[in-house]
Design a binder for this molecule. Structure first.
Ligand code: Q6P
Ligand code: ZN
Length: 668
């Protein structure tokens, strides 16, 4: 199985620059590339990647998305004088040419294709290409917005052609609309293009009516172009995550891509003079991690914009570290998206409700006003509070904005420890280890726990796994391991033990995700525990820290299940911000069809709690144990296949719970 991450970079792409005065183009500097690469080296990230050489794209490859006339015109630029270059640049909008840019543009496309090849040939699992010039604005016969050739569009066409792909997802998190990519695939249902972008009701560059949410694709491609316009500046982590939970991820899962390409512009991060947004660099760890379960992990990230060198370098590091498997930093202070973001999200979901099953239920009440925003939001006061402060109060520009430097992300030597049932042999993937025998002190702790709660329990089959649970949590606290999987026989005792123990120093809050019926013996009324239960029999929710979902079992389990995970469980989990996720499955052997979705849930939940997750499996089921261990160890989870329409009963149940919980949790 493919492992490792590619990093593709060549200093040559920093060897062109603006040769005359032009305030619009002045921000696109060679240092964007060198600073990003230096940061990757300084943090020992580059060294952990498989560094691959760039190559020149061939003419044939460039012609996949550009006209011969345009290629011929660009080909003349290396011999032009500065005056001629200036005149040539004027034919297009917001772009400059240089004698060496044609060479660099061919390298940028070539680097992107090298990345696609290494991922598709399984030489690596994923990777990033650091390139200049960027690509997403460039069109069939036009340069635009610093872009000469459309790197990512060419990559999608190349991947379709050379690897016979039927479904490619392009996620464009740059803060500008990649209209060039939209034009290229507008009528193509095999390439799903998602872009969010600063729009401000068409007053922001490139000021196009077709950048609005109403452009959903044309003809056969109807539904495969998704534009999420930001009509205000200052969008935060919460707004970006809401866009992922409520727009991109449900559609992406339904689409089931075979390859994910990211137009990774970091001008959507705080401090950027173009974007003027407020999401911190750490958000890119989450955006990356949330996309990694798609396409069995095949993900190619390609640099686009990003003009604050500090913010850019930090964001690039966050992204590549996540590709390598380092745990994502915890995000705190998440709330409901702001009013303007909610309006956009509502509009784009409605515009796509005819194309995507995950939004079908909206048809009935389309035209309703967007759901409520942050309750405390008055004239953006809440938003102001979230914004980091400027260093000075005179002539504040985006360059003056300061934010804390992201914390070092350490990864433990052993990622996953496993305690299988005695006598069962399991093959462990890379980064996995068997949990050793519990220590003397652990044995004492089990005794005291037993004396406190279960004096009558003497069964060693029940008590023995408690030692494993305590050891795993101890090792987590010492940062020796990130996660673990313990097979248990009695859940009531083990769940209580795990929660109680975790709250003693490891975590201030624990999220319990419990798959199965029965009463879960945990207290949810003190804010320290959140219980999500997915079951077959209706149970009663006690409070706002308890979500119980009764989903149709059987072959279509995955559809309702994933809808609940993406639009309800993940937002709740992020806002709750646990220090540990406890995943529990009852009666493993009896749960048919669960393994694939459980793998995805486990994979997604690792974005929380700095990756700290303990899973308890009741009883032995080879498939479920293998899926759990493989997902915990960071191996790609097999795709679920394109998802069909959810059962109306499931949708109803999810919507009912959403409405109940929205009163307390804004992100849902
Ligand atoms: C921005 C052009 C806008 C003037 C409005 C992949 C990267 C990019 C390019 C942005 C061009 N000027 N203030 O392209 O999207 O960041
Ligand atoms: Zn941009």
């Amino acid at each position: 199985m493919a492992s490792g991450s590619a990093l593709i970079f060549d200093e040559e792409m920093s060897r062109y620059k603006l040769l005359w005065t032009d305030p619009v183009c002045a921000i696109e500097v060679p240092e964007r590339l060198t600073v990003s690469y230096e940061a990757l080296k300084t943090h020992c990230v580059a060294q952990r990647c498989k560094q691959l050489p760039v190559r020149l794209a061939t003419e044939q490859e460039i012609l996949l998305s550009h006209s011969e006339e345009y290629l011929e015109a660009v080909k003349q630029t290396p011999t032009m004088s500065v005056e001629e270059l200036m005149a040539f640049s004027k034919k297009y909008s917001d772009v400059y040419f240089h004698q060496n840019i044609y060479h660099c543009a061919k390298l940028a496309v070539g680097a992107t294709l090298q990345l696609v090849d290494s991922v598709m040939k399984r030489e690596v699992r994923n990777g990033m290409a650091l390139v200049r010039p960027p690509g997403h604005h460039s069109q069939r016969s036009a340069a635009n917005g610093f872009c000469v050739f459309n790197n990512v569009a060419i990559a999608a066409l190349y991947a379709k052609k050379n690897y016979n792909l039927n479904r490619v997802l392009i996620v464009d998190w740059d803060i500008h609309h990649g209209q060039g990519v939209q034009y290229c695939f507008e009528e193509d249902p095999s390439v799903l293009y998602f872009s969010w972008h600063r729009y401000e009701h068409q007053t922001f560059w490139p000021n196009l009516p077709e950048s609005d949410y109403t452009s959903v694709g044309k003809g056969k491609g109807c539904g495969f172009n998704i534009n999420l316009p930001w009509n205000k500046v200052g969008m935060t982590n919460s707004d970006y995550l809401a866009a992922f939970f409520h727009v991109l991820l449900p559609v992406a899962y339904e689409f089931d891509p075979e390859l994910v390409l990211v137009s990774a512009g970091f001008d959507s991060a705080i401090g950027d003079p173009e974007g003027e947004m407020c999401a911190v660099p750490e958000i890119f760890a989450h955006l990356t991690q949330l996309l990694m379960p798609l396409a069995a992990g095949k993900m190619c990230v390609v640099l686009e914009g990003g003009y604050n060198l500090t913010s850019l370098a930090q964001s690039v590091c966050q992204t590549v570290q996540t590709l390598l498997g380092d745990p994502a930093p915890r995000l705190s202070g998440l709330t409901a998206a702001c009013e303007s973001a909610l309006e956009s999200i509502h509009n784009v979901r409605n515009a796509h409700s005819f194309h995507w099953s995950c939004f079908k239920h909206l048809e009935a009440h389309s035209g309703t006003s967007p759901k409520r925003a942050r309750p405390d939001e008055k004239n953006g006061a809440a938003k102001e509070a979230e914004k980091p402060v400027a260093e000075t109060n005179t002539k504040m520009t985006t360059q003056d904005i300061v934010w804390p430097e992201p914390l070092t992300r350490s990864s433990s030597d052993v990622r996953t420890v496993v305690a299988p049932p005695s006598g069962v042999e399991v093959s462990l993937p890379e980064g996995c280890q068997h949990l050793g025998e519990a220590s003397q002190s652990t044995t004492k702790e089990i005794q005291s726990f037993r004396d406190k709660h279960f004096q009558d329990v003497t069964d060693q089959n029940i008590l023995h796994p408690l030692g494993s649970i305590i050891s795993v949590l101890d090792q987590m606290m010492n940062k020796e391991v990130r996660n673990g999987c313990v097979v248990v026989s009695d859940l009531s005792v083990s769940v209580r033990c795990a929660c109680e123990r975790a709250l003693m120093g490891l975590a201030e809050r624990v999220l319990v995700v419990f798959i199965g019926d029965g009463i879960v013996p945990v207290k949810t009324n003190d804010g320290k525990l959140f219980l999500v239960q997915i079951c077959a029999e209706e149970t009663e929710e006690k409070c706002e820290s308890h979500l119980s979902l009764c989903l149709r079992q059987g072959e279509t389990l995955s559809v309702g299940f994933m809808q609940a995970v993406l639009s309800l469980i993940l937002p709740l989990a992020y806002e709750f911000n646990p220090g540990l996720v406890l995943g529990v499955v009852t009666d493993c052997g009896a749960k048919t069809h669960l393994a694939p979705v459980w793998g995805h849930l486990t994979s997604l939940l690792q974005a929380l709690a700095g990756g700290q997750m303990l899973t308890l499996l009741q009883g032995y089921d080879r498939e479920l144990l293998e899926v759990t261990v493989s997902s915990l160890s960071g191996a790609p989870v097999p795709s679920l296949g394109p998802l069909g329409a959810p059962k109306p009963e499931d949708v109803q149940m999810i919507e009912k719970q959403r409405q109940r919980l929205q009163k307390r949790w804004g992100l849902v």
